[in-house]
Design a protein around this ligand. Structure first.
Ligand code: ATP
Ligand code: MG
Length: 231
């Protein structure tokens, strides 16, 4: 469904992706593992259309994405939770979650339907919905960012280091939410970046490693059931 072929990209003249290949099938959960500065965020940003691509191609349902402007890509059903969350502190949690749908001008009934689905997956957010995002803990902020990505991501959700900075108990809770999402929305593909491969063992069915912008297929050892409670 989402195919990246020979993709190179640069930031201010520095090459950050080097002929990267990656394939994300419908409903798949795929991990992209790499150290700090490896290019994980750059790859996700390229999918969203925020990076200057110098060669290669990204296609979605067989259609080249370079013809689709960044602000129109969410309409294809691609949701993105950036590593720095970017919630608006003065808005309530629900306003933050609704925002991308309102930017897309989805009908009110569709927004309400999607919100209901999101609160089914992330019930703790339903309780907090009218609180300003400014008061959120780190873990709650990650949940809200996931919810906002879900509002848009009816086909694909890109999660940039969602576990980073979460205490183990919150990482467990977040992993449980992802499992619920997996079970309740089996058609949505997830692409999750991490620097620590053990966090996504037993969860992702396929993994890629990224190093200095080069992407290769990698094995995710199916051991360590305890890793972040992901099994
Ligand atoms: N705004 C920027 N200006 C210049 N160089 C940048 C900028 N953002 C990223 N880079 C460089 O691009 C390369 C890839 O960065 P990227 O953020 O994609 O890596 P990452 O794998 O997401 O890292 P992290 O684990 O720290 O989030 C790095 O060498 C980084 O230094
Ligand atoms: Mg990053």
């Amino acid at each position: 469904m989402l195919e990246i072929k020979g993709l190179s990209a640069e930031i201010e003249g520095v090459q950050v992706l080097r002929r990267a290949n990656l394939s994300l099938a419908e409903g798949a959960t795929v991990a992209l593992i790499g150290r700090n500065g490896a290019g994980k965020t750059s790859l996700l940003r390229a999918i969203m259309g925020f990076m200057k691509v110098t060669e290669g191609e990204i296609s979605f349902d067989g259609r080249p994405l370079d013809a689709v402007k960044a602000h129109l890509r969410p309409r294809l059903g691609i949701g993105y939770a950036p590593e720095d969350r970017r919630l608006f502190p003065a808005f309530t949690i629900e306003e933050n979650i609704r925002l991308p749908a309102e930017v897309m001008k989805l009908p009110a009934a569709e927004i309400a339907r999607r919100l209901d689905g999101i609160y089914d997956v992330l019930p703790e957010l339903a309780e907090l919905r009218h609180r300003p995002a400014a008061g959120l803990s780190g873990g709650q902020g990650k949940m809200a960012a996931l919810a906002r990505a879900l509002m848009v991501g009816s086909r694909v959700i890109l999660l940039d280091e969602p576990f980073q900075g979460l205490a183990p108990v919150l990482a467990n809770r977040y992993a449980a939410a992802l499992r619920t999402l997996r079970d309740s929305h089996p058609d949505i593909a997830l692409l999750i970046t991490e620097s620590n491969p053990s966090l996504l063992r037993n969860f992702a069915e396929k993994a890629y490693a990224i190093e200095r912008g080069e992407v290769s297929e990698a094995a995710l050892a199916a051991s360590s059931l305890a890793a972040a409670g992901l099994h």
